[in-house]
Ligand binder design. Structure first.
Ligand code: FAD
Ligand code: SF4
Ligand code: SF4
Length: 855
């Protein structure tokens, strides 16, 4: 309806929760409406989603979504402590508990829901509470001050959040759940078990399959909860979080249609059975479904506002996927998490050592993602959600989406492949198209996009994806992109390097307390771990650094696809004595390890279980070997030909140079792995021009090549300097590498770094050769310090009984993982395929498949 044809209408909104407020925000932009808000609570709308932050220091003001002044400016009339008790549909009037009446043209019920308290005798006792409003939280705080133990009844999403609050209040916390698992709606059984294990490790006791019969006086605590199975639990405080029920009492009493199990029935325009009365948010029942999340409520608010204003939007349901952090445990659930779609198939990945469980549910033809469960690590949530929501075809090997990358590249969902209709922020229903439009309209940073579109201002779960889409759009338009490492630091990796160095910061906790926010994530932690190692070269498993390392560094080995590890001793320049070779052979034989010579001229031993690693390494170290850092973002190998010592064409001793270089730079932690090679003449048998640092002998010394790469995107190294003597060659390499360590982004190989550097090779030559920045002394000193503080991480580890305790298959037992199974092929082991495992049952025998005739 246009402004000129419409007279001012009275809109009365009952309830000023998150959804009621969103409705007011939508409609108050239009002056044709006289809006009156009636709220049963004593304060205007606040952020219930982040309610728990009240216990970690946020005030009611911090949580407020609006203020009286803002409503006044918008011309919205509001009444607090004004609970509506009657609706007179024929006269179109509502009346509050206090007897005040308000007439309406359109009435909007946004009454939300209330916590369900099971009808247990004793539930009304003092210190039996619920968790829904700020007033509830004040009551919980007061009660917690007088008690020692707290029980949450209900192990769903909200119950666990409440349990976290009790724990933060210092109570010995228990969760009592009727079902056999936690978060049964969002997680499958294995995910629920994983979550339980992690939550118990954090000190919360979980009791499943417990039905409470009665609550009576306790002997040592305030209450005694008696369970149907004859057991009992004493506690001082009980918090009920056993689900929610819609506040539909007004609808019931005043004859609006309600669902069989509650909820005010609405159509696609959010109208109730009376066309002048709308219901939105958690009180509304759409298609026999109540949405217990804020995002669908916001969409309903938009639809109702649009419909009142003559618009044509309709509510078509909502995605119920969730990502959250419970007591620091990351949990995500997408779509059909229980694989209930006919023909659905699942991929699962479980890493019990690192407490990670991931499952993808795909369609029968394997092309579409139907659902997912993520526990312990939700880093793939955003891209999986996009695959699921937009029906994007999965890559050929979809399991790669949830498997660890182990330093390699993972298939990425380029934001370019998302359609404009793709929902980026589901809380506020912001699409990629909305973000593109905001950039087109002049937004030049993520903050500006947020303020225009409101994206990422709800639960915040989409912030990484929003940043990705925004940066992609900025880059397309040639706008400078700010390279904050993640949402916890407003600094790039380079900036963090400088901060750490300048302020002599020695651990992550100090850095994030001074310069970041939150707890850190899987992006900033390893990046900071690597910077600290580059600057101080401490032992990476020392207590305050351990939590920063990725899986490979944590166990000082590369994890393979079956969960076993590889063992790779250093072999500088590919040179090895027969004695060492014999020990390697003996170890491989004793532990039945698959043995292979690598492209980097050393020997990889595959198939070691984590509990075998210490003994294997002890044998190798006793024989004079040391770690080859095959797992680290650090120097890998210096490949070499035999050079002038043996070869007829050699003009320099490439072997000695290669060994010297490998000994010098071994253990240097860097933004990504570094490979070297040295060739004894221009015939280039060591392929030095495909390495990060390539050295080729000349009649007069050495030619230095930089930033070559062999991997996924081959790049010929650039000729950096010619005919260098030994000392100058080392000096240049010191400076080049240290400058790279300081300046590159995380996971940026030297090839990509040089190409992205303004001024490219020429600039680097000025820096390294001409000391253009005046920092060469410092770069060299820093390299000398790293070289002087080298330690073999495995030697330090095998000498520390404390550190060795971590090398077990399972945290709480010495059991071995039955999933690790091998078969024999070409006289050596290899991981069994799924079919072979199934054929084998759970036996860990090896079967010789080379003996089987091909079909
Ligand atoms: C601790 C907690 C954590 C949560 N975390 C998340 C999350 O991570 N993600 C997510 O999407 N959702 C989360 N939710 C759910 C989310 O908060 C709700 O979906 C959302 O607040 C629903 O908004 P609403 O306006 O429909 O209802 P409410 O926010 O419940 O507001 C309804 C309001 O109406 C008032 N009212 C009721 N009856 C009357 C009456 N007769 N007269 C006047 N006023 C009345 C009520 O007092 C209340 O103030 C969480 C909820 C809680 C409690
Ligand atoms: S090239 Fe070979 S070793 Fe390297 S990541 Fe690919 S499969 Fe693994
Ligand atoms: S690079 Fe030159 S020195 Fe080295 S092996 Fe080849 S031919 Fe011989």
């Amino acid at each position: 309806m246009s402004a000129d044809t419409q007279s001012t209408q009275n809109i009365v909104v009952v309830g000023n929760g998150m959804v009621g407020h969103h409705f007011v925000e939508q409609l108050s932009q239009n002056s044709n409406y006289n809006i009156t808000v009636l709220s049963a609570e004593s304060r205007l709308a606040y952020d219930r989603v982040h309610l728990s932050e009240y216990f970690s220091g946020k005030t009611a003001d911090d949580l407020a979504l609006t203020t009286p002044e803002v409503y006044q400016q918008l011309g919205v009339n509001f009444y607090l402590d004004a609970k509506v008790t009657t609706i007179d549909k024929s006269r179109k009037v509502v009346t509050t508990e206090q007897g005040e009446s308000y007439s309406y043209d359109k009435l909007v019920l946004a009454t939300g829901s209330y916590p369900f308290v099971p009808p247990i005798p004793g539930k009304e006792r003092e210190h039996c509470l619920v968790y829904r409003t700020i007033d509830d939280l004040d009551a919980i705080q007061a009660s917690a001050n007088t008690g020692k133990t707290g029980v949450v009844v209900g192990g769903g999403l909200l119950g666990l959040e409440a349990a976290n609050a009790l724990k933060e209040l210092g109570l010995d916390t228990h969760v009592v759940e009727f079902a056999p698992q936690l978060m049964g709606v969002q997680l499958d059984q294995a995910g629920g078990q994983q979550l339980r294990k992690m939550i118990e490790e954090l000190g919360v006791t979980v009791h499943t399959e417990k039905a409470t019969n009665v609550i009576t006086d306790g002997e040592s605590s305030v209450h005694k909860m008696e369970f149907a199975d004859g057991t009992h639990l004493e506690t001082d405080l009980i918090l009920f979080s056993a689900g929610i029920r819609p506040y539909d009492n007004l609808a019931r009493e005043f004859d609006l249609a309600v669902g069989e199990r509650g909820g005010i029935v609405v159509n696609n325009q959010c109208q109730t059975s009376d066309e002048d009365i709308y219901a939105i948010g958690e009180c509304a029942l759409w298609n026999n479904f109540i949405f217990g999340l804020v995002a669908p409520g916001y969409t309903m608010a938009k639809v109702a506002a649009s419909h009142i204003d003559g618009g044509e939007e309709s509510f078509t349901g909502a995605d119920m996927s969730t990502k959250l952090k419970l007591m620091g445990v990351e949990v995500g659930s997408i779509g059909d998490a229980h694989a209930r779609t006919p023909g659905a198939q699942s991929y699962t990945y479980q890493n019990e050592r690192d407490n990670v469980y991931k499952k993808m549910v795909v369609s029968q033809d394997g092309k579409t993602l139907l659902g997912a469960v993520l526990v312990g690590d939700t880093s793939e949530y955003d891209s999986l959600l996009q695959y699921a929501l937009n029906g994007i075809e999965l890559p050929e090997n979809p399991d790669a989406l949830i498997l660890p990358s182990n330093g390699g590249e993972k298939p990425t969902l380029g934001v370019d492949s998302l359609p404009d209709t793709a929902t980026i922020c589901s809380c506020l229903n912001v699409t990629k198209g909305d973000i593109v439009a905001a950039v087109d309209a002049g937004a030049t940073d993520v903050g500006a996009i947020k303020s225009v579109t409101k994206a990422s201002t709800g639960c915040g779960g989409c912030s990484a994806l929003l940043k990705n889409v925004a940066e992609n759009e900025f880059a397309k338009r040639g706008l400078e992109v700010k390279k904050d490492i993640c949402s916890h630091f407003v600094y790039s990796r380079t900036e963090l390097f400088h901060i750490i160095k300048a302020e002599k910061i020695k651990n992550f906790d100090t850095l994030i307390a001074k310069h970041g926010k939150g707890m850190g994530c899987e992006i900033c932690k390893p990046a900071v771990g690597s910077i600290l190692a580059s600057v101080y070269n401490d032992y990476i498993l020392q207590d305050d650094h351990l939590h920063l390392q990725d899986t490979n560094d944590t166990y000082l080995g590369n994890m393979q696809k079956d969960g076993t590890y590889s063992v790779v001793p250093r072999m500088p320049g590919g040179e090895v004595t027969p004695e060492k070779l014999i020990v390697i052979g003996e170890v491989a034989k004793e532990y039945n390890l698959y043995t292979k010579v690598t492209g980097g001229q050393r020997i990889d031993l595959f198939g070691a279980r984590v509990d075998q690693l210490p003994a294997i390494w002890k044998r190798l170290i006793d024989a004079g070997m040391e770690t080859g850092h095959a797992y680290g973002k650090s120097l890998r190998t210096v490949k070499s030909c035999v050079g002038s010592t043996w070869c007829r064409y050699g003009v320099q001793d490439s072997m000695s140079m290669a060994i010297f270089l490998e000994e010098r730079y071994k253990g240097l932690r860097s933004p990504h792995k570094i490979k070297f090679a040295v060739s004894g003449c221009t015939r280039e048998c060591a392929e030095a021009q495909s390495k990060d640092i390539g050295v080729i002998a000349t009649e007069n010394g050495w030619n230095l090549y930089v930033s070559g790469n062999g991997g996924m995107k081959p790049r010929h190294g650039d000729l950096f300097a010619t005919d260098l003597d030994d000392a100058t060659l080392i000096k240049y390499i010191d400076r080049y590498l240290m400058f790279y360590v300081r300046m590159a982004d995380r996971l940026q190989r030297t090839s990509v770094w040089l190409e992205s550097l303004e001024g490219g090779l020429e600039y680097m030559q000025k820096v390294v050769k001409d000391d253009h920045l005046g920092i060469n002394d410092e770069l060299e000193r820093q390299m000398d310090a790293v070289v002087a503080t080298y330690q073999c991480e495995w030697k330090t580890t095998v000498e520390s009984p404390e550190k060795l305790k971590r090398f077990r298959q399972f945290v709480n037992s010495d059991k071995q993982d039955e999933n690790i199974q091998f078969v024999t092929e070409r006289e050596q082991i290899r991981p069994a395929t799924l079919t072979e495992k199934a054929a084998n049952g759970l036996l860990i025998e090896t079967v010789d498949v080379t003996a089987v005739e091909p079909a």
